[in-house]
Design a protein around this ligand. Sequence first.
Ligand SMILES: O=S([O-])[O-]
Length: 292
Amino acid sequence: MIIDPLKIFVTVVEQRHFSRAAKLLNLSQPNVSLHIRNLETELDTTLFIRSPKQVKVTEAGEMLYIRAKKILSLYEEAKQEIADQKHIVQGTIKIGASFTIGEYILPRTLAQYANEHPLVHVEVTIGNTEEVIEKVRSNQLDIGLIEGERHDYDAVPFMEDEMIIIAPADHPIAQLRIVKPDMLEGQTWIWREKGSGTRAYSDQLIQKLDINVKRSFIFSSSQGIKEAVSAGLGIAMISKLTVKKELQTGEIKQIQVSNRTFTRNFSIIQGKQDFVNRAHDLFIEKIMTIEK
Ligand SMILES: O=S([O-])[O-]
Protein backbone atom coordinates (compact mmCIF):
# COMPACT_ATOMS: atom_id res chain seq x y z
CA MET A 1 0.00 0.00 0.00
CA ILE A 2 1.27 3.52 -0.86
CA ILE A 3 0.66 4.66 2.73
CA ASP A 4 3.56 2.63 4.15
CA PRO A 5 6.29 4.08 1.90
CA LEU A 6 4.91 7.56 2.58
CA LYS A 7 5.03 6.98 6.34
CA ILE A 8 8.61 5.76 6.00
CA PHE A 9 9.52 8.74 3.82
CA VAL A 10 8.02 11.23 6.32
CA THR A 11 9.85 9.58 9.22
CA VAL A 12 13.20 9.73 7.40
CA VAL A 13 12.63 13.44 6.63
CA GLU A 14 11.76 14.18 10.24
CA GLN A 15 14.63 12.14 11.66
CA ARG A 16 17.15 13.21 8.96
CA HIS A 17 18.57 9.75 9.37
CA PHE A 18 17.80 6.35 7.79
CA SER A 19 18.80 4.20 10.75
CA ARG A 20 17.00 6.40 13.31
CA ALA A 21 13.86 6.24 11.18
CA ALA A 22 14.24 2.46 10.83
CA LYS A 23 14.51 2.11 14.60
CA LEU A 24 11.44 4.24 15.21
CA LEU A 25 9.44 2.28 12.66
CA ASN A 26 10.71 -1.06 13.85
CA LEU A 27 12.11 -1.90 10.43
CA SER A 28 15.57 -2.78 9.20
CA GLN A 29 17.60 -0.03 7.60
CA PRO A 30 17.88 -1.89 4.24
CA ASN A 31 14.09 -2.15 4.20
CA VAL A 32 13.73 1.62 4.78
CA SER A 33 16.31 2.34 2.04
CA LEU A 34 14.49 0.04 -0.35
CA HIS A 35 11.16 1.84 0.16
CA ILE A 36 12.81 5.21 -0.41
CA ARG A 37 14.58 3.95 -3.56
CA ASN A 38 11.27 2.57 -4.89
CA LEU A 39 9.61 5.93 -4.25
CA GLU A 40 12.44 7.70 -6.06
CA THR A 41 12.08 5.31 -9.01
CA GLU A 42 8.34 5.77 -9.13
CA LEU A 43 8.61 9.57 -9.03
CA ASP A 44 11.74 9.58 -11.19
CA THR A 45 13.55 11.96 -8.86
CA THR A 46 16.03 12.08 -5.98
CA LEU A 47 14.43 12.69 -2.61
CA PHE A 48 17.51 12.74 -0.38
CA ILE A 49 21.19 13.59 -0.68
CA ARG A 50 22.78 10.82 1.37
CA SER A 51 25.88 11.25 3.48
CA PRO A 52 27.16 8.88 6.17
CA LYS A 53 26.16 11.21 9.01
CA GLN A 54 22.85 12.64 7.83
CA VAL A 55 20.49 12.84 4.94
CA LYS A 56 19.52 16.13 3.33
CA VAL A 57 16.09 16.50 1.77
CA THR A 58 16.08 17.70 -1.84
CA GLU A 59 13.64 20.29 -3.18
CA ALA A 60 11.52 17.46 -4.64
CA GLY A 61 11.72 15.74 -1.25
CA GLU A 62 10.43 18.88 0.50
CA MET A 63 7.49 19.05 -1.94
CA LEU A 64 6.65 15.42 -1.41
CA TYR A 65 6.94 15.81 2.39
CA ILE A 66 4.26 18.53 2.51
CA ARG A 67 1.85 16.46 0.38
CA ALA A 68 2.69 13.20 2.16
CA LYS A 69 1.75 14.72 5.55
CA LYS A 70 -1.63 15.73 4.11
CA ILE A 71 -2.18 12.31 2.51
CA LEU A 72 -1.36 10.55 5.78
CA SER A 73 -3.67 12.78 7.77
CA LEU A 74 -6.51 12.28 5.24
CA TYR A 75 -5.94 8.56 5.40
CA GLU A 76 -6.22 8.63 9.22
CA GLU A 77 -9.46 10.60 8.90
CA ALA A 78 -10.85 8.07 6.43
CA LYS A 79 -9.89 5.20 8.72
CA GLN A 80 -11.58 6.95 11.63
CA GLU A 81 -14.74 7.67 9.64
CA ILE A 82 -14.96 4.06 8.54
CA ALA A 83 -14.51 2.92 12.13
CA ASP A 84 -17.13 5.44 13.28
CA GLN A 85 -19.55 4.09 10.70
CA LYS A 86 -19.11 0.70 12.29
CA HIS A 87 -19.66 2.38 15.68
CA ILE A 88 -16.18 1.51 16.81
CA VAL A 89 -14.89 4.22 19.11
CA GLN A 90 -11.16 4.49 18.77
CA GLY A 91 -8.40 6.99 18.17
CA THR A 92 -6.35 9.28 20.34
CA ILE A 93 -7.48 12.32 22.29
CA LYS A 94 -5.07 14.75 23.80
CA ILE A 95 -6.49 16.44 26.85
CA GLY A 96 -5.02 19.28 28.85
CA ALA A 97 -6.29 20.05 32.33
CA SER A 98 -5.56 22.64 34.98
CA PHE A 99 -4.08 21.31 38.22
CA THR A 100 -7.34 21.23 40.19
CA ILE A 101 -9.27 19.57 37.39
CA GLY A 102 -6.43 17.30 36.33
CA GLU A 103 -5.73 16.04 39.82
CA TYR A 104 -9.14 16.03 41.47
CA ILE A 105 -11.82 15.62 38.74
CA LEU A 106 -10.29 14.11 35.64
CA PRO A 107 -8.92 10.82 37.03
CA ARG A 108 -12.36 9.54 38.08
CA THR A 109 -14.08 10.74 34.91
CA LEU A 110 -11.34 9.30 32.77
CA ALA A 111 -11.50 5.95 34.55
CA GLN A 112 -15.21 5.68 33.64
CA TYR A 113 -14.58 6.85 30.08
CA ALA A 114 -11.68 4.43 29.57
CA ASN A 115 -13.85 1.59 30.79
CA GLU A 116 -16.61 2.47 28.37
CA HIS A 117 -14.24 2.95 25.41
CA PRO A 118 -11.34 0.54 25.72
CA LEU A 119 -9.91 1.30 22.27
CA VAL A 120 -9.41 5.00 22.87
CA HIS A 121 -5.93 6.17 23.74
CA VAL A 122 -5.93 9.26 25.97
CA GLU A 123 -2.98 11.52 26.65
CA VAL A 124 -3.33 13.95 29.56
CA THR A 125 -1.18 17.01 30.10
CA ILE A 126 -1.52 18.95 33.34
CA GLY A 127 -0.57 22.61 33.51
CA ASN A 128 -2.02 25.86 34.68
CA THR A 129 -4.98 27.38 32.87
CA GLU A 130 -2.94 29.70 30.64
CA GLU A 131 -0.58 26.87 29.65
CA VAL A 132 -3.53 24.64 28.74
CA ILE A 133 -5.17 27.42 26.68
CA GLU A 134 -1.92 28.04 24.81
CA LYS A 135 -1.51 24.34 23.95
CA VAL A 136 -5.10 24.04 22.72
CA ARG A 137 -4.68 27.21 20.66
CA SER A 138 -1.53 25.86 19.02
CA ASN A 139 -3.25 22.51 18.35
CA GLN A 140 -0.91 20.54 20.61
CA LEU A 141 -4.02 19.50 22.54
CA ASP A 142 -7.54 18.66 21.33
CA ILE A 143 -9.43 19.58 24.48
CA GLY A 144 -8.64 21.86 27.41
CA LEU A 145 -10.26 21.80 30.84
CA ILE A 146 -9.65 25.14 32.45
CA GLU A 147 -10.55 27.15 35.52
CA GLY A 148 -12.84 30.16 35.15
CA GLU A 149 -14.71 31.22 32.05
CA ARG A 150 -12.92 32.47 28.96
CA HIS A 151 -15.29 34.01 26.45
CA ASP A 152 -12.33 34.74 24.16
CA TYR A 153 -11.89 30.97 23.67
CA ASP A 154 -15.57 29.92 23.45
CA ALA A 155 -15.16 28.19 26.77
CA VAL A 156 -18.21 26.21 27.84
CA PRO A 157 -18.74 25.84 31.60
CA PHE A 158 -19.20 22.26 32.75
CA MET A 159 -19.08 22.45 36.53
CA GLU A 160 -19.28 24.93 39.37
CA ASP A 161 -16.40 24.99 41.83
CA GLU A 162 -16.40 26.39 45.35
CA MET A 163 -13.37 28.42 46.36
CA ILE A 164 -12.56 28.83 50.05
CA ILE A 165 -10.04 30.61 52.21
CA ILE A 166 -7.95 28.24 54.32
CA ALA A 167 -5.74 28.90 57.33
CA PRO A 168 -3.47 26.85 59.60
CA ALA A 169 -5.52 25.23 62.37
CA ASP A 170 -3.84 27.36 65.07
CA HIS A 171 -4.11 30.67 63.19
CA PRO A 172 -6.02 33.35 65.20
CA ILE A 173 -8.64 33.82 62.47
CA ALA A 174 -9.18 30.06 62.29
CA GLN A 175 -10.57 30.25 65.84
CA LEU A 176 -13.45 32.54 64.77
CA ARG A 177 -16.79 31.23 63.54
CA ILE A 178 -17.22 34.15 61.14
CA VAL A 179 -14.49 36.45 59.87
CA LYS A 180 -15.31 39.94 58.62
CA PRO A 181 -13.54 40.90 55.37
CA ASP A 182 -11.48 43.61 57.12
CA MET A 183 -10.00 40.93 59.40
CA LEU A 184 -8.22 39.58 56.33
CA GLU A 185 -6.29 42.84 56.18
CA GLY A 186 -2.50 42.57 56.57
CA GLN A 187 -2.29 38.77 56.38
CA THR A 188 0.41 36.66 54.78
CA TRP A 189 -1.03 34.87 51.74
CA ILE A 190 0.13 31.83 49.79
CA TRP A 191 -0.68 32.24 46.09
CA ARG A 192 -0.60 30.05 43.03
CA GLU A 193 1.53 31.38 40.18
CA LYS A 194 0.31 33.93 37.59
CA GLY A 195 -1.42 32.15 34.73
CA SER A 196 -3.27 29.76 37.01
CA GLY A 197 -7.04 30.00 37.35
CA THR A 198 -6.68 29.87 41.13
CA ARG A 199 -4.41 32.92 41.08
CA ALA A 200 -6.72 34.85 38.75
CA TYR A 201 -9.62 34.21 41.13
CA SER A 202 -7.58 35.13 44.23
CA ASP A 203 -6.39 38.39 42.64
CA GLN A 204 -9.97 39.37 41.82
CA LEU A 205 -11.07 38.58 45.35
CA ILE A 206 -8.33 40.64 47.01
CA GLN A 207 -9.28 43.52 44.75
CA LYS A 208 -12.99 43.13 45.46
CA LEU A 209 -12.49 42.96 49.23
CA ASP A 210 -10.05 45.85 48.95
CA ILE A 211 -7.56 44.42 51.46
CA ASN A 212 -3.82 44.84 51.82
CA VAL A 213 -1.51 41.85 51.76
CA LYS A 214 1.33 41.87 54.31
CA ARG A 215 3.52 39.34 52.56
CA SER A 216 3.04 36.62 49.97
CA PHE A 217 4.58 33.34 48.87
CA ILE A 218 4.03 31.62 45.56
CA PHE A 219 3.63 27.90 44.97
CA SER A 220 2.91 26.39 41.58
CA SER A 221 0.76 23.52 42.84
CA SER A 222 -2.25 22.99 45.08
CA GLN A 223 -0.26 20.42 47.04
CA GLY A 224 2.43 23.04 47.76
CA ILE A 225 -0.20 25.50 48.94
CA LYS A 226 -1.85 22.98 51.25
CA GLU A 227 1.47 21.99 52.79
CA ALA A 228 2.51 25.64 53.20
CA VAL A 229 -0.75 26.56 54.93
CA SER A 230 -0.67 23.55 57.15
CA ALA A 231 2.94 24.39 58.10
CA GLY A 232 1.76 27.82 59.26
CA LEU A 233 3.22 29.94 56.44
CA GLY A 234 0.02 31.90 55.81
CA ILE A 235 -3.53 31.73 54.50
CA ALA A 236 -4.68 30.92 50.98
CA MET A 237 -7.61 30.81 48.63
CA ILE A 238 -8.05 27.45 46.97
CA SER A 239 -10.68 25.14 45.48
CA LYS A 240 -12.54 23.29 48.24
CA LEU A 241 -12.15 20.11 46.18
CA THR A 242 -8.41 20.08 46.81
CA VAL A 243 -8.60 20.25 50.61
CA LYS A 244 -11.48 17.95 51.51
CA LYS A 245 -9.25 15.50 53.39
CA GLU A 246 -7.24 18.16 55.23
CA LEU A 247 -10.46 19.87 56.38
CA GLN A 248 -11.74 16.56 57.67
CA THR A 249 -8.58 15.81 59.64
CA GLY A 250 -8.56 19.38 60.98
CA GLU A 251 -5.03 19.97 59.68
CA ILE A 252 -6.26 23.19 58.12
CA LYS A 253 -9.39 25.24 58.71
CA GLN A 254 -11.85 26.88 56.35
CA ILE A 255 -12.36 30.59 57.05
CA GLN A 256 -15.98 31.67 56.72
CA VAL A 257 -15.95 35.25 55.47
CA SER A 258 -19.21 36.93 56.61
CA ASN A 259 -22.00 35.07 54.85
CA ARG A 260 -20.17 34.96 51.52
CA THR A 261 -19.60 31.99 49.28
CA PHE A 262 -17.08 32.11 46.47
CA THR A 263 -17.74 30.20 43.29
CA ARG A 264 -16.39 30.01 39.78
CA ASN A 265 -16.84 27.67 36.84
CA PHE A 266 -14.66 25.02 35.30
CA SER A 267 -14.86 25.23 31.52
CA ILE A 268 -14.02 23.21 28.46
CA ILE A 269 -12.34 24.57 25.34
CA GLN A 270 -11.66 22.80 22.07
CA GLY A 271 -9.01 23.21 19.40
CA LYS A 272 -9.85 24.06 15.83
CA GLN A 273 -9.23 20.62 14.31
CA ASP A 274 -10.63 20.02 10.81
CA PHE A 275 -11.61 16.58 11.91
CA VAL A 276 -13.12 15.58 15.21
CA ASN A 277 -13.44 11.88 15.95
CA ARG A 278 -16.24 10.17 17.85
CA ALA A 279 -13.94 9.43 20.79
CA HIS A 280 -13.48 13.19 21.19
CA ASP A 281 -17.25 13.90 21.05
CA LEU A 282 -18.00 11.19 23.59
CA PHE A 283 -15.38 12.56 25.95
CA ILE A 284 -16.97 16.02 25.77
CA GLU A 285 -20.36 14.43 26.48
CA LYS A 286 -18.86 12.67 29.51
CA ILE A 287 -17.39 15.89 30.89
CA MET A 288 -20.62 17.82 30.38
CA THR A 289 -22.51 15.23 32.42
CA ILE A 290 -20.09 14.92 35.33
CA GLU A 291 -22.00 14.43 38.55
CA LYS A 292 -21.84 17.79 40.22
O1 LIG B 1 -4.00 25.16 37.64
S1 LIG B 1 -4.82 26.34 37.66
O2 LIG B 1 -5.25 26.90 38.93
O3 LIG B 1 -5.15 27.02 36.47
